[in-house]
Design a protein around this ligand. Structure first.
Ligand SMILES: [Zn+2]
Length: 429
């Protein structure tokens, strides 16, 4: 679903960054554990060592390559759409008297064209690889259904936003600022509605069923300082075998979510430890901070974006038969400019994400003192998602939203300020 991410994430500048604040512990950006058997590790520590398999290493190499190849492939597809004249032909095909409608229709047809052109890589990364490594429980039909739904959401939301963006480009000289200001309410709205309107399109969310666990989590939440919080479980086992938990939403839609796979595979203590981390995100307002940080990054993207966009159109606009800067046919070029800047800034946004993830680890430990269950939960996450425990420094720097699991396990086993009579950093009783 790269096209959804690129089109939606870019059409609504910065939303991908905001979303990263609410992304969970497992799944796509898996954390990393220690290598094989460390000589200094004592017998007792074996529980906290990840068993590294060749399969894990191969899987990670594929994921790392797909991250960079996928970005390049997305850019090539957009260039192809421009260079072959497909873009201006789509514009001529959908042209109406109403500019806004033309922009919407153009975006819809472009999205379908991109989805088709990107299908080989989407199929490989989204379906073939997870099946090759036994991480997916989905049939091809069900996976295609999710893809179609994702595309529909992207067309509706992206189309509405693109129409507005082109209006801004036409009417305002410093349109980068107009686009950025306009993106603020849109991003906040999207983060508010995502848990109640978008996520349920793909999965079923319901209040946590296990009454005794619910009670324990409620008590933990009260100690964390959360009033009236809600915990949901979601049937992710219909798509994947991997585990996750996350915080999402803002204001009335703010909630903690546990994948049912996590409920099945983790012990009660591990769940309480992991949820201590999630409650840290909740109490420390990490979704809001992620939105704020995302807006800061998108300010840069918009500012540099206008310059790159106009320079490119001056140079190649004639060849691509672009009539004016607000011509919908120039949309692929805007997407190229924004994705290149966004990609170059990804170490910055991932660095910020790793920082707040570390804060959530600190908060969770201070709240629960469950160092060992937290470490064994991380071991399970690593082994379960089949990711090489030793990412190289560059890969971690560029694309990891969480610190490597090696570092996290090491940290959570040793972070015990309460044993040394030191004050807590983040959680106050
Ligand atoms: Zn987290």
């Amino acid at each position: 679903m790269r096209s959804l991410r690129i089109l939606l994430g870019i059409a609504v500048f910065g939303v991908a960054l905001a979303a990263s604040a609410s992304s969970g512990e497992g799944s796509s950006q898996p954390p990393q554990p220690p290598q094989g058997s460390q000589p200094q590790a004592s017998q007792a520590d074996k529980r906290f060592e990840v068993t590294v398999t060749p399969e894990m290493r191969e899987h990670s190499r594929i994921l790392d390559a797909l991250y960079f190849v996928g970005t390049a492939y997305g850019l090539i597809v957009l260039l192809f759409v421009l260079a072959t004249g497909l873009s201006h032909r789509i514009r001529d095909l959908v042209k109406t008297r109403w500019r806004y409608l033309t922009a919407f229709l153009y975006f819809a047809v472009l999205s379908v064209a991109i989805a088709i052109l990107e299908f080989p890589l989407d199929y490989y990364s989204g379906f073939a690889v997870p099946h090759q490594f036994n991480l997916s429980t989905q049939t091809f039909a069900s996976w295609m259904g999710d893809q179609a739904k994702g595309l529909a959401v992207s067309i509706v939301l992206g189309g509405l936003v693109v129409g507005l963006a082109l209006l801004g480009i036409r009417k305002v000289r410093r349109w980068w600022l107009a686009l950025w200001l306009g993106s603020i309410p849109l991003i906040i709205l999207l983060v508010v509605i995502a848990p109640v309107l978008l996520d349920p399109l793909f999965n079923k969310f319901e209040p946590l069923k296990d009454a005794s666990l619910r009670q324990a989590l409620l008590e933990e939440a009260t100690r964390a300082g959360i009033k009236g919080g809600s915990v949901y479980q979601v049937n992710k086992s219909k798509q994947t075998t991997t585990m996750n938990a996350y915080v999402t939403g803002i204001g009335p839609t703010k909630r903690l979510v546990l994948w049912d796979t996590t409920l099945q595979k983790m012990s009660r203590d591990e769940i309480l430890a992991v949820m201590g981390h999630e409650m840290g995100h909740y109490v420390l307002n990490h979704v809001w901070k992620g939105v704020g940080f995302g807006l800061l990054v998108s300010l840069i993207v918009c500012f540099v974006g206008q310059r790159g966009y106009e320079a490119g159109l001056k140079r190649w606009g004639g060849r691509w038969k672009i009539e004016e800067p607000s011509d919908p046919a120039a949309m692929p070029w805007l997407l190229i400019v924004v994705s290149v800047i966004g990609f170059l800034l990804s170490p910055v946004s991932n660095g910020y994400s790793r920082h707040i993830e570390h804060q959530a680890d600190i908060f969770g430990l201070e709240l629960t003192h469950m160092n060992e269950p937290m470490a064994s939960a991380f071991v399970k996450l690593a082994e379960d998602s089949k990711v090489d425990p030793s990412p190289n420094a560059f890969i971690e720097f560029w694309r990891y939203s969480h610190p490597s699991l090696t570092k996290r396990i090491e940290f959570v086993l040793h972070y015990k300020p309460w044993e040394q009579g030191k004050p807590n950093e983040l959680w106050r009783p």
